[in-house]
Design a protein around this ligand. Structure first.
Ligand SMILES: Cc1ncc(COP(=O)(O)O)c(C=O)c1O
Length: 486
């Protein structure tokens, strides 16, 4: 990789030049270089940034048919990650997951998918009309976290379903836990299949030796990364990498174009451009600092009475690895739920974590995290540790077995009008016609086409009792489930 070449930022430079020349706008958007934007917003953001908010014309290039700065910037991204092709995404990894499935599979194909998949993968399954062959993730009922399937599970699924076209794995998980992708890649390729990886949480892995191996380095054929989650791109800025002869690159181009807006936000594109340069030029140094901050914070949290954060060593002992920049904080000993501690942190300490559930908070560090941020979090937890503690909750969340019987294709059920609502207490045995996703971590516990089990009903009722909302529930309280009317 040429470090000199990597210092280039073609999209940013083009927009900056346009901004300096104060080019008169007779194109969309309607605010015309910010002049029409509400004054309060303009005063807050400053005026010049609106020159970056443009539409497709030759100088700035087209995301759908790039021949200029966007093409150059995508090529630099591909070089930085050591892949054949990189595609910029302006609707997050969500659109990347959909694009991976639509590119690698045809309707009716089957795909082996780890069941801890984000809901965007389910959307990809519905859009592409594939049969998902779910693999059960590991569950830790005490920590309330899911683990990716082990390589042996992938091997046995490939033996059982030799017709499967591809294997789709989520690594790292929301908690930063990574699968043994090297082994998985070897197995998948030995069987002549394609390995797709949802690496939304791993755009930084490549830039530091102490972090788990990245998907591409482990041999993934395609992977999607949320550049905005840990690196410095603006929200929605993500990248789809393709590094395989097994993938038809022209089809990927068409699919990515089909799924994305024709009015991409160029500020997002410029931020992806700059995030790549930053990661290549100073990523190692910055991430090194972030790792130290996270590990120091973790150590201090592990000295508290009511909170703890699992360590890399503990995760490695289970056959996985951990991106230590993700700090999962278990709060069960405090007598409060993760949601409650999240709310205390937000309301009383002005600290916002990325996510919380019944047992945990997930604090995500990124390229902009500094020592002061972690000191604030640790001090707040120290304070809460003394001030707020009830009786330790010996909750064991009965996370249900997620692999259930697929009776109908998700797409077929999604499009079907033959549905009815049934009380959740009587739903076991029916075929689900809806997606129910406790958030976080955004992993659907029920998807269209699956046979509903009593275990899943009990779990959903348990969440409802604890007043945890389930995305897709359609009514204020989850009392009924939409099922297929046979
Ligand atoms: C594992 C995983 N994949 C995909 C996504 C979707 O990413 P984005 O928000 O960039 O669309 C998320 C979002 O949280 C995620 O956690």
């Amino acid at each position: 990789m040429s470090i000199n070449k990597q210092s280039q930022t073609p999209i940013f430079d083009t927009l900056l030049s346009r901004s300096k020349r104060k080019v008169v706008s007779f194109h969309t958007p309607g605010h015309k270089n910010g002049k029409g934007v509400d004054k309060r917003l303009r005063q807050y953001t400053g005026k010049s940034s609106y020159y970056f908010d443009v539409t497709v014309f030759p100088e700035v290039d087209s995301l759908h048919d790039p021949v200029g700065p966007i093409r150059k910037s995508q090529a630099l991204m591909a070089e930085a990650y050591g892949v054949g092709h990189s595609f910029f995404l302006v609707n997050g990894s969500t659109v990347g997951n959909q694009a991976m499935l639509l590119s690698a599979c045809n309707p009716g194909d089957s795909v082996i998918v780890s069941r801890n998949a984000h809901k965007s993968i389910l959307a990809g399954i519905i859009l592409s009309g594939v049969w998902p062959i779910w693999i059960q993730p590991g569950v830790d009922q005490n920590l309330d976290i899911l683990f990716d399937p082990m390589p042996e599970q992938i091997e046995s699924a490939l033996h059982q379903f030799p017709e499967a076209k591809a294997v789709l794995i989520t690594s790292p998980t929301y908690n930063g836990i990574t699968a043994d992708l090297v082994k998985i890649s070897e197995i998948v390729h030995r069987h002549g299949k394609v390995l797709l990886v949802d690496e939304a949480h791993g755009p930084h892995l490549k830039f530091h030796d102490e972090l788990p191996i990245s998907a591409v380095e482990a041999g993934a054929d395609m992977c999607v990364q949320s550049t905005h989650k840990i690196l410095s791109a603006l929200s929605q800025g993500s990248v789809l990498h393709v590094n395989s002869e097994l993938i038809d690159i022209n089809r990927v181009k068409k699919v990515v174009s089909m799924l994305q807006t024709t009015s991409p936000n160029y500020m997002i594109l410029a931020s992806i451009d700059l995030a790549r340069r930053q990661a290549v030029q100073s990523g190692e140094k910055i991430i090194d600092r972030v790792i130290r901050i996270a590990e120091d914070g973790r150590k201090k949290i592990n000295h508290l009475r009511h909170f703890f954060s699992f360590t890399r060593k503990e995760i490695q002992a289970r056959g996985y690895d951990l991106d230590v920049t993700k700090v999962t904080i278990n709060v069960t000993k405090s007598g409060f739920s993760g949601r409650e501690i999240d709310s205390i942190l937000a309301k009383e300490y002005d600290i916002q974590v990325d996510a919380s559930d019944l047992f945990n908070l997930i604090a995500i560090l990124g390229i902009g995290s500094d020592k002061t941020d972690m000191t604030r979090l640790v001090h707040a937890l120290e304070d809460i540790d003394v001030k707020y503690h009830g009786t330790a909750k010996n909750w064991i969340l009965q996370i249900p077995s997620l692999t259930t019987e697929m009776v109908m294709m998700p797409r077929e059920v999604f499009l079907s009008k033959r549905t009815k609502r049934t009380p959740i207490t009587k739903a076991a045995g029916h075929i689900s016609a809806q997606t129910l996703t406790p958030y976080p971590p955004g992993i659907p516990v029920l998807i269209p086409g699956e046979r509903i089990t009593k275990e899943i009903c009990d779990y959903l009722m348990n969440l409802t009792e604890k007043e945890l909302r389930v995305s897709g529930q359609e009514t204020d309280t989850l009392r009924t489930i939409k099922v297929v009317a046979l």
